[in-house]
Ligand binder design. Structure first.
Ligand SMILES: Nc1nc2c(ncn2[C@@H]2O[C@H](COP(=O)(O)OP(=O)(O)O)[C@@H](O)[C@H]2O)c(=O)[nH]1
Ligand SMILES: [Mg+2]
Length: 204
């Protein structure tokens, strides 16, 4: 599946890299609205951001997990941004560095006024890992509207993918306010329309 820019909401058509911040004082001014992407290292955050905005190399993608260490901001308009949070749970990174990333994610989630909602990616083959559950708990603590993007669905049969979504709905979405979920694949583009609508609705 290859979509032309024509099928993309106008807001998502002209993203530009704004800056990467390793601490709060380096972040863009906390005004307007932003949608942040979070998830385990290597889950496919950068690929999803690129696919959603139909850009090959907007967010860097990597076969080497743990490369994105900063909080990366992309500008969509004067008052709307997309944020790529550092991936959590990458085992090969020294524990101190890992704790720093995790701390910066938590700080971002608990303080960022312009955060309109979080897209939390989970691997469809094994959603709701312990770290995912911890992240979901933080979203609940901070009353953050959260869309669970169950990705790499191309790696599963349709039946298995549906089961994965069912599990997530049953475990989280049906018992919690502010949560929604969908299947997605950056590879074949399935679920693109839905995720684009969620983002534009949140930013609009
Ligand atoms: N099959 C498949 N592979 C994917 C998908 N999304 C990402 N990948 C691959 O997973 C690896 C990590 O992706 P990346 O976007 O860098 O993950 P990030 O660390 O969360 O930003 C790369 O090798 C991607 O090509 C997907 O939907 N399907
Ligand atoms: Mg990345």
């Amino acid at each position: 599946m290859n979509d032309s820019n024509a099928s993309i909401p106008a807001l998502l058509c002209n993203p530009t890299f704004l800056l990467g911040a390793s601490k709060q004082s380096h972040m863009p001014e906390d005004v307007g609205a932003e949608v942040a992407f979070a998830g385990r290292s290597n889950v496919g955050k950068s690929s999803a951001i690129n696919r959603i905005m139909n850009r090959r190399k907007l967010a860097r993608t990597s076969k080497t997990p743990g490369r994105t260490q900063q909080i990366n901001f992309f500008e969509l308009s004067e008052s709307a941004r997309i944020v790529d949070l550092p991936g959590y749970g990458f085992a090969k990174v020294p524990i101190k560095v890992r704790q720093q990333w995790e701390q910066s994610i938590l700080e971002y989630l608990s303080t960022r006024e312009s955060l309109a909602g979080l897209i939390l990616l989970m691997d469809s083959r094994h959603p709701l890992t312990e770290l995912d559950q911890q992240m979901i708990a933080r979203c609940k603590d901070n009353a953050i509207r959260t869309h669970l993007l169950i990705t790499k669905s191309d790696k599963l049969s349709r039946n298995k993918a549906t089961q994965s979504l069912f599990t997530v709905n049953n475990t989280i979405v049906n018992n919690s306010e502010n949560f929604s979920a969908q299947l997605f694949s950056s590879l074949d583009g399935s679920g693109l329309d839905t995720i684009r609508s969620v983002i534009t609705e949140w930013l609009g």
